[in-house]
Design a protein around this ligand. Structure first.
Ligand code: AMP
Ligand code: MG
Length: 374
């Protein structure tokens, strides 16, 4: 835990959360708060975190397949060119494609308009075990809708409370909700829009209406400020991400998602059958030759699981202790307890492996006896 390594000097969730008294105007959008290091450091650091994220995501997925009810939903908001698409693709590229579900929300269709504004959102919520990602969301219904007066004022005005209520229900039902607002500066947006015009391969991302939106910059900032004041709740806080440096928004969001999964601490589900009993039954359907080969592989197979598990646990411990002061006696006790848990887990794996090998030896003998009888 040397303090000169690239990495976070504090938990970005504490640094970037929109708490009471938050003012968007005070955010330095070209800043890189809490990250020690440069772009190349952030990219390397983020890749390491990605490996841990991927392991934890697989566990969450397994949990969802075996009766678990937990999921994660990342809501990504921001004006044109803020990098919503890039960040979303980046985080998604680090995990198994079957474990994530992306939904992009554009102007509502006729059918969607016939329903309540949350209808299309409810239909897109992540199933248990998944990490859902929303590129724009129900927040457009108090952003673009408010700025462009698409519904009467009292209608969008009542939506903040409806949103809080909806999100509370969602969180109570087992979804961890992370809300990210990617904030670019006015100048940086101008440069990025110009780039979209200059590059033939980027023109498809440009929409002439982006210019109208940009012309209403101040109204959008006010609408975002209202979103943070009224919907950054204890159960679903907003994280406001300075986004002039794309590498920063990526590493920050990766870190927040990873830390969240570390806290959720998904474990491998316990099967409702006994592996020793199943091994007996499977062995009756195997030749002594195949059983002998499987016996020879046992140590290596179990060692793989032990190594993968220990690595994740070690990294989890590092992630949760990175920012605590190591002079702190309570933190040191936590660390000792966590390390003891790793050791105990490893001992349990080894003890089971010994029993497994003994069982397989008996099974090989039984198979040979069976084969000579034939
Ligand atoms: P893009 O994300 O660039 O593909 O653009 C999607 C567009 O859909 C943006 O201009 C949004 O403002 C717009 N949009 C998304 N949700 C809504 C909504 N509920 N009502 C009106 N416009 C919306
Ligand atoms: Mg756009």
């Amino acid at each position: 835990m040397g303090s000169r390594h690239p990495g976070w000097t504090a938990d970005p969730r504490d640094l970037l959360r929109a708490g009471p008294g938050f003012t968007l105007e005070d955010v330095d959008r070209g800043g890189t708060p809490g990250f020690r290091g440069r772009k190349s450091d952030a990219e390397r650091f983020g890749r390491d975190r990605g490996r841990l994220l991927s392991e934890l995501q697989e566990r969450l997925f397994a949990e969802g397949r075996t009766g678990g009810t937990r999921s994660v939903l990342c809501v990504v908001q921001g004006l044109d060119t803020a990098g919503k698409g890039g960040v979303t693709r980046h985080v998604m590229s680090m995990v198994d494609p079957q474990g994530v579900a992306l939904h992009s929300f554009g102007p509502p269709s006729e059918e969607e308009l016939r329903h309540d504004f949350l209808w299309r959102i409810r239909n897109a919520l992540p199933r248990p075990g998944l990490i859902g990602v929303f590129d724009r969301s129900h927040y457009e219904d108090v952003l673009v809708v408010r700025v462009k007066h698409l519904v009467p004022d009292d209608e969008w005005e009542s939506r903040y409370d409806q949103i809080n209520h909806f999100e509370k229900e969602l969180v109570d039902s087992g979804t961890v909700l992370l809300k990210f607002a990617l904030m670019v500066s006015h100048d940086e947006q101008g440069i990025r829009l110009m780039e979209r015009l200059d590059r033939p391969d980027k023109r498809w991302k440009f929409n002439p209406s982006d210019l109208e939106t940009r012309a209403q910059w101040a109204d959008y900032q006010a609408a975002y400020q209202a979103v943070f004041e009224r919907t950054s709740t204890d159960w679903a806080p907003w994280y406001v991400i300075p986004s002039d440096h794309k590498w920063y928004s990526r590493v920050a969001i990766t870190e927040i998602v990873t830390q969240t999964l570390v806290d959720m601490n998904p474990g491998w589900p316990e099967p409702d059958w006994n592996p020793f009993e199943m091994r007996d039954r499977l062995a009756e359907l195997m030749s002594s030759r195949a059983l002998t080969e499987s016996l020879a592989d046992t140590t290596r197979t179990v060692a793989k699981a032990v190594a993968a598990d220990a690595k994740v646990q070690r990294e989890e411990i590092e992630v949760s202790l990175d920012d605590v002061d190591s002079e702190d006696a309570a933190a040191r006790a936590d660390e000792r307890a966590a390390l003891a848990e790793v050791t105990a887990q490893r001992a349990a794996y080894v003890a089971e492996a010994i029993r497994t090998k003994q069982q397989k030896q008996r099974l090989v003998t039984a198979a040979k006896a069976r084969e000579t009888l034939r």
